[in-house]
Write a protein that binds this ligand. Structure first.
Ligand code: ADP
Length: 301
């Protein structure tokens, strides 16, 4: 069983021919509403892959909150939603141009209200939980508290350190030190000052911060993972990518689900990379997220 403590957002997506410059207005296509947020997306990815998955998140009492609650329940997730009276639901304003370039503005809203008091249900579930999966779209203190509780129960903690705050604080390093598996993309690896001549060395350098496993995802190139005595380089699976939104979330959800099954790093990397690649073949973060069977089919073909 996987527990995800993280964000749930409504994404408002508008396609335009050209992204507007500051002060400019451009006309776009009809708005598309999508249920998103890194926490919710990664929970859906783990669930599709076959892991029993619970999501702990906070939403507002607005209509977006109701839409989010319905969408997450429809997925079949075990959801523990705190509904906040004062703050609106989290929203991501996404503008995409014809070439796939985008600008994204996230308003955290109710996600900011997910506090340790909201995690009583998590405490009760931890004895039956194999892995806790965290991202950084919720207050850092809440993520830290969830990680501490998980460690106390011997639950594997996976942290996707995304999005990184503008300032890297001691509290963030403390969270990294508590994690078993750290997953970042290339930009985040640089921000965390991963050093070395190649990505394998940079992944290895992140181990100095305390995790047992450090993974750096490399987009179409695949991903690299380091453990004290092992480096796993997984080449990307060639696909016709139409939308890379959600590839990272798919990777994290599938990695956590697969790695918690037996700790086979090579296998978790192969399955997560295949799943991330498949996710890019459909428009939308969740639309392309594969089942375990679909992942296996790509790996045996
Ligand atoms: P993020 O979106 O968080 O920056 P990445 O772009 O590194 O994450 O993508 C996460 C994973 O998804 C990669 O490690 C890779 O396995 C897969 N992936 C992403 N883009 C592609 C692509 N164009 N082709 C094949 N696989 C991809």
């Amino acid at each position: 069983r996987i527990a995800v403590v993280g964000s749930a957002n409504i994404d408002l997506v508008v396609a335009v021919d050209r992204l507007p410059e500051a002060g400019e207005t451009v006309l776009g296509a009809d708005v598309v509403y999508r249920s998103g947020g890194k926490g919710a997306n990664q929970a859906v990815a783990a669930l599709r892959y076959g892991a029993e998955t619970s999501l702990y998140a906070a939403i507002g009492r607005d209509t977006f909150g109701t839409q989010l609650a319905n969408a997450l329940a429809d997925e079949g997730l075990d959801v523990y939603l705190r509904r906040d009276d004062d703050r609106p639901s989290g929203v991501a304003l996404v503008v995409v141009d014809g070439a796939g370039a985008n600008t994204i503005t996230v308003s955290a809203g109710a996600n900011d209200t997910l506090s340790s008091d909201g995690l009583a249900d998590l405490g009760a579930a931890l004895p039956e939980t194999d892995a806790l999966l965290l991202q950084l779209e919720i207050p850092l203190e809440t993520a830290l508290d969830a990680a501490r509780r998980a460690v106390a129960h011997g639950v594997t903690v996976t942290l996707n350190a995304s999005p990184l705050p503008s300032e890297i604080t001691e509290a963030l390093w403390e969270l990294v030190a508590l994690t078993d598996v750290l997953i970042v993309n290339e930009t985040e690896a640089r921000t965390l000052r991963a050093g070395g001549w190649d990505w394998a060395q940079r992944a290895r350098s992140l181990l100095d911060r305390g995790p047992d496993v450090a993974v750096i995802t490399l987009g179409a190139e695949g991903a690299v993972a380091a453990k004290r005595d092992q480096v796993v380089t997984q080449r990307g699976i060639p696909v016709d990518a139409v939308d890379t939104t959600g590839a990272g979330d798919t990777f994290c959800g599938v990695f956590a689900a697969e790695f918690s099954r037996g700790g086979d790093l090579r296998r978790a990397m192969a399955h997560a990379c295949a799943a991330g690649a498949i996710a890019t073949t459909r428009v939308g973060a969740r639309e392309g997220m594969p089942s375990r069977t679909a992942v296996a089919a790509v790996l045996t073909s």
